[in-house]
Design a protein around this ligand. Structure first.
Ligand code: BGC
Length: 745
């Protein structure tokens, strides 16, 4: 059958014919020293067309090939002097035509420095991206992005390699802390907001790692095998939403294979889904060392090779030059690649707001203000998982407190790998191995113990490192309350066990047995097993809390801040519950759970995890009522009220889930809102539902499809809660499902 492609949404990335608004090209040229493309009043497409025709082939080639920004003594590689020392990447500009270089820095938590760099930039670290997702606060995600983007600009960078949105499909993935959790709506929305915040500084952000790079084991050679329909409903939907909300200038393709081809030469991912179906107009850059070919990569839609010499050959360097000479790649293809790069550079202000060379050190005032942004984000990211007999907050109740383990006397842990931000004041634990890639194991010098002592000057607070569980238990027995800190180090290039290492489970068990008033504070990359959960009175998940993490944790423990984080990932009881209980494997990884990721899997299997997706307690109580759904202007909205029934202010996270027939799982998160409420205050909230979340993806037709039927909606403060219910009857024509690129028979 012959298929005709019909665009339903505005798609396509062709550069339109030149039309000038009010100014002739000649006039524009004379105003801009003969460089008409420098006129900010022209549309990016127009500027690209004007500039492209003035570029030589070598100039075009220089834009599609990037270098690692840091010396690599092992391979005798010396980074270009024009790059920023110790950075991730550098793509030369074309000074003759006023095209700026691209100075690239990692990542989503802040301005990182490569481990091999002699001098480290001391910058502000946000909580991990998973922590940011746990805030469920879209404005906060934007503000955090704006803060780290401002530090990137102030450091001389105009491309930030942020925007990690791979779903936490594999809870042991060592990079889950760089991503937005297990749900496509939450992850896409939060990461999209962060990207928009970064780009508000007139710099480009990526979204990465496209796609299905959901484990680190064998990441350079593994093949993620997934039914395309399931991918569209899960991981790819997270990318789609992040692209819409954040409008990143660039997409970074990942290391792994996806259903066969490598992600960076994958026509389905790059050409069909990203450009045709989603209408992405920016450029695709490779991950560092993710390119394996010239002709196939270009044909699939790769625009820029990053971080030479990470790849085996300069595929888009000399390789591309040869391919142009022998006609296996055409000039038209090269022009398309360069156009997409230039489009993003114009669109995001790289020409009009150039960055300058910048000092290694930022001012103390800037770092102090930025630490406050990070602290607020950390406070809202911390999830109170359990609070029996109101063991928390501490304020006013405890006299003798023992703090145990987790280097809580020194600082808070961070994740390893390319995203690592070096803090002002240096590593608080310089002696922990590994000290080199993907290390060092970093603790930011923000000690929870010291912060607690500052906040509770009348309490007697002792510390014991926890290496000897018997000694720790003995000390706990004599205290009014015991607070055990447990850490998990995760990072790029390796996956992690779900059990806490170094006998920390035994330590917690011993302490909680000795003192029923035991509070456990977890600083982990993602979910962990908690065999001691029944014994501990209180449990806080603080993730990797960033630059000011010690203060944030103390603020929540003492009640200065009311906890409002909710889980962006499910916490299992055991490995046996997972879709793939065995450790992440090499080669083909069959994602047979399809789109039933995280809570959707647990619901489908009728399993109850240790802590459900969306869960999070508060020091106050909220009531969720009067859920109503309506259709107006061919859109579904839901309205409900949330009330703070307690005596302290707090933030509720209202979550709406839908159930439909024939879905991958019993329910999907379809809307959420964080609501700040004073004591007794109540607020009405109205939210629009994304129609894709009520629809199904028809892979045969390559289209979102809404079936007639009745949808059951629930409202509550977690995926398992159902404080209010509503039903919604829909026919396909009742609402608009705007996104798609359907085939017609
Ligand atoms: C990582 C990317 C990072 C790049 C540059 C790679 O190892 O996967 O996330 O942006 O390095 O440092």
């Amino acid at each position: 059958m012959k298929h005709v492609l019909v665009a339903i949404a505005l798609t396509g990335c062709a550069i339109p014919a030149l039309t000038f608004t009010g100014q002739s090209p000649a006039a524009a040229s004379s105003h801009h020293g003969g460089r008409a493309w420098m006129n900010p009043r022209l549309r990016p497409e127009q500027r690209v067309a004007l500039l492209l025709r003035r570029m030589t082939q070598d100039e075009k080639l220089s834009l599609v090939f990037g270098y690692f920004g840091t010396d690599f003594p092992f391979t005798k590689y010396k980074a270009p002097a024009e790059g920023r020392a110790g950075s991730a990447g550098y793509v030369p500009g074309v000074p003759r035509l006023g095209i700026p270089a691209q100075w690239q820095t990692d990542a989503g938590i802040g301005v990182a420095t490569q481990g091999g760099a002699v001098k480290k930039r001391e910058r502000t670290a946000l909580p991990s991206n998973l922590g940011i997702a746990a805030t469920w606060n879209v404005d906060l995600a934007y503000k955090g992005g704006a803060m780290i983007g401002a530090e990137a600009r102030a450091s001389g960078f105009n491309v930030m390699l942020a925007g990690g949105v791979n779903l936490a499909r594999e809870p042991r993935n060592g990079r889950n802390f760089e991503y937005g959790g297990e749900d496509p709506l939450l992850a896409g929305t939060m990461v999209g907001a962060q990207i928009a915040g970064i780009q508000s500084n007139h710099i480009i952000s990526t979204v990465k790692h496209y796609a299905l790079n959901d484990q680190e084991t064998d990441r350079n050679a593994g093949n993620s095998v997934i039914d395309p329909k399931a991918a569209r409903l899960s991981d790819l939907l997270a990318f789609e939403i992040a692209l819409e909300k954040g409008k990143p200038g660039s997409v970074m393709c990942s290391y792994n294979h996806v259903n066969g081809p490598f992600a960076c030469e994958n026509p389905w991912l790059l050409r069909d889904v990203l450009r045709r179906d989603w209408g992405f107009k920016g450029y695709v850059m490779s991950d560092w060392g993710a390119v394996h070919s010239t002709v196939a990569s270009v044909a699939a839609g790769l625009d820029q090779e990053s971080g030479f010499p990470f790849d085996k050959e300069p595929y888009l360097g000399d390789g591309l030059k040869k391919a142009l000479a022998d006609g296996t790649v055409t000039t038209a293809q090269l022009d398309r690649m360069v156009s997409r790069i230039l489009y993003a550079m114009f669109r995001h202000g790289l020409f009009d707001h150039p960055v300058t060379t910048a000092p290694m050190d930022l001012s103390d005032a800037m770092l102090a203000a930025d630490a406050a942004v990070s602290r607020v984000a950390a406070e809202q990211s911390i999830v109170l998982l359990k609070n029996d007999r109101r063991v928390l907050p501490l304020a006013g109740t405890a006299q003798r407190i023992v703090v145990i383990g987790g280097n809580a006397d020194k600082g808070v842990i961070a994740g390893g790998g390319s995203s690592l931000v070096y803090p002002k004041g240096g590593n608080a634990t310089p002696d922990i191995a590994p000290k080199t890639w993907p290390g060092p194991v970093m603790f930011y010098p923000s000690s929870p113990l010291e912060a607690l002592r500052r906040q509770l000057p009348n309490a007697e607070i002792s510390f014991i490192d926890g290496r000897d569980p018997v000694a720790a238990a003995a000390q706990a027995r004599t205290a009014d309350i015991a607070i055990v800190f447990a850490t998990q180090w995760a990072g790029e290039g390796f996956d992690v066990p779900l059990s806490l290492k170094d006998d920390q489970d035994a330590l917690i068990d011993a302490v909680a047995t000795a003192n029923p008033k035991t509070v456990v504070v977890l600083e982990t990359g993602g979910p962990v097993l908690s065999p001691w959960a029944g014994k501990a009175a209180g449990i806080l998940e603080a993730w990797y809390p960033g630059t000011a993490g010690g203060d944030a944790i103390a603020n929540v423990l003492t009640g200065k801040v009311n906890p409002s984080g909710h889980l962006p990932v499910s916490f299992p009881n055991s490995l046996a519950e997972l879709p793939r209980p065995e450790a992440p494997s090499k080669g083909d990884v069959h994602y047979s759970e399809g789109a039933a990721v995280g809570y959707k899997w647990y619901d489908r299997q009728n399993l109850e995890p240790a802590f459900v997706f969306g869960h999070g307690l508060s020091y106050t109580r909220f009531a969720y009522r009067n859920l109503r759904a309506r259709i107006a202007k061919r859109q579904v909205t839901v309205t409900f009220t949330v009330q703070n029934q307690g005596a302290v202010g707090g933030m509720a996270v209202a979550q709406v889930y839908a159930a439909g027939d024939g879905w991958e799982a019993p329910r999907r998160l379809v809307a959420f809102q964080k609501v700040d409420l004073a004591p007794r205050q109540s607020r009405q909230v109205t939210l629009a539902l994304d129609p894709r979340l009520l629809a199904d993806f028809d892979a045969g037709m390559n289209c979102w499809r809404l079936r007639s039927g009745s949808f059951r909606l629930t409202l509550g403060d977690s995926s398992a809660a159902s404080s209010a219910k509503a039903t919604l009857a829909l026919t396909p024509r009742a609402i608009v499902v705007p996104h798609g690129f359907c085939k017609r028979g």
